[in-house]
Design a protein around this ligand. Structure first.
Ligand code: CU
Length: 122
């Protein structure tokens, strides 16, 4: 390998690191292009636990429950008057159209597992 090729590889690696740590937002998941947002239910948490969506557009949340605890068998969206049954190891889609900006919690029945749907233009 010649020296210039090595330099390009180093620059690409640095760019990737910069993107990963400063420019991407790994803790919050943002909706885009109408693709389902996958939410994993495992070990007592929803991942991602914070989901950002724009208002006025249908959003598909695709829950996959890997947590055998009975606690995980339902997810409750109080702000949308919705309760969803989550069978183990199967995906369940929930389509909602959040028309008002705000933060909406989703939880298990006993509110031990918690997530937030953030509706806004941020
Ligand atoms: Cu619970």
């Amino acid at each position: 390998m010649n020296v210039i090729a090595v330099d390009f590889a180093a620059i690409a690696a640095i760019a990737l690191i910069v993107w990963w740590f400063w420019l991407s937002h790994p803790r919050a998941r943002r909706a885009g292009g109408g693709a389902p947002i996958e939410v994993l239910v495992a070990d007592g948490v929803y991942t991602p636990a914070r989901i950002e969506v724009p208002p006025g557009k249908p959003v598909v949340l695709r829950f996959l429950r890997k947590d055998p605890s009975p606690c995980a068998e339902k997810v409750v969206f109080d702000g949308f008057n919705t309760v969803l049954d989550l069978p183990l190891d199967r995906t369940v889609d929930l389509t909602i159209v959040p028309d008002r900006p705000g933060e909406y919690e989703f939880t298990c029945q006993m509110k031990m597992y918690r997530g937030t749907l953030v509706v806004g233009n941020t």
